[in-house]
Design a protein around this ligand. Structure first.
Ligand SMILES: Nc1ncnc2c1ncn2[C@@H]1O[C@H](COP(=O)(O)OP(=O)(O)OP(=O)(O)O)[C@@H](O)[C@H]1O
Ligand SMILES: [Mg+2]
Length: 293
């Protein structure tokens, strides 16, 4: 069983929206998924009530009971737990980080989210947990400089998951109906984003050991890894995750690299000036899948 947690101290970055849609995408890909809603606001418990299907159960669990709940879920044969945490630095977020094999830190391409990300990252690093950033609510039409700079800042702070997630009506509509975007509009771009995102997360999870079982990396292991990487490079091989990350990097590099010297992440983030659009930029076609009667 693997556990992913959506965490950031910044409210409204898209934790609940992404947690529900990736849970559905993972379920469609064959995982036995369970969502733990740690947030006292219980957004995903409400999402679950709107959902008629029982294939992605959701339960609100207080931090003190999280450990026991995870043990019970593993015994039941659950393969993926998705934790949704509140947008604040509290015992809830701490519990989510400690329980996770991978912490996903969503951020919108605006300076406040990027600053909040850095604080969350420090908290995760202190707990020696794996993490990756996710840029959410990007303007869908084109890669603006603001998105590019946001992506670059997050890459400099650590791994950035591919793809970038756009601001789309499908995410809001799916949440309202208790669905994932893959169910709401399976042929839509948002559904494609969530399927790809789940594959990125899965690859990232494979790279690390489950929480609590991680062995400290020895010098010999690190050296062996470096050698293996060098060998793969000399053969011209690239790992799928590396390819995906390179794709994101490739999008920002031509615009940013020639113009400026590399800067610290905070400085890059500070260059992100405009506020993010809070609404989806492009209305989409009517949902192909409506809520089951
Ligand atoms: N990719 C997206 N496209 C369009 N709207 C989005 C997207 N992601 C999130 N939203 C919208 O942004 C708002 C905040 O999202 P959400 O509630 O998921 O954030 P959160 O991080 O869980 O917030 P909180 O910290 O308060 O729990 C919601 O109205 C949601 O519909
Ligand atoms: Mg939420």
């Amino acid at each position: 069983m693997r556990t992913i947690a959506f965490v950031t101290q910044k409210g409204g970055a898209g934790k609940s929206t992404l947690a529900s849609s990736i849970a559905v995408a993972a379920r469609s890909a064959g995982e036995r998924v369970f969502i733990i809603d740690l947030d006292p606001l219980q957004s995903l418990v409400k999402w679950s009530k709107a959902r008629e299907a029982t294939d992605v159960p959701v339960e609100h669990v207080p931090p003190a009971k999280l450990g026991k709940a995870l043990v019970a879920l593993e015994k039941k044969g659950v393969t993926l737990v998705v934790i949704d945490a509140p947008g604040a630095d509290t015992e809830y977020t701490d519990a989510a980080i400690r329980a996770a094999d991978l912490c996903i830190i969503p951020a919108r391409p605006n300076v406040f989210d990027l600053w909040a990300c850095e604080l969350t990252r420090i908290s995760i690093k202190d707990k020696k947990k794996d993490y990756a950033f996710l840029l959410n609510q990007c303007p869908p039409a084109q890669q603006t400089a603001r998105v590019d700079q946001g992506a670059q800042a997050l890459q400099e702070m650590g791994a950035l998951l591919a793809p970038l997630v756009s601001a789309r009506v499908d995410y809001q509509e799916a949440a309202r109906l208790g669905l994932g975007v893959c169910e709401l509009n399976p042929e839509g771009v948002a559904a494609q984003e969530m399927r790809e995102l789940w594959q990125s997360v899965k690859r990232r999870l494979k790279k690390g050991a489950p929480a609590g079982k991680a062995e400290p990396k020895t010098e010999a292991k690190i050296e062996a890894k470096v050698e293996a990487k060098a060998e793969a490079k000399s053969k011209g091989e690239a790992k799928p995750q590396a390819k995906a990350e390179a794709k994101v990097a490739g999008k920002i590099a031509p615009k940013i690299a020639p113009k400026q010297e590399p800067q610290p992440a905070r400085k890059q983030a500070a260059a992100v000036a405009e506020p993010a659009p809070e609404k989806a930029a492009k209305p989409q076609a009517k949902p192909a899948v409506k809520k089951a009667a």
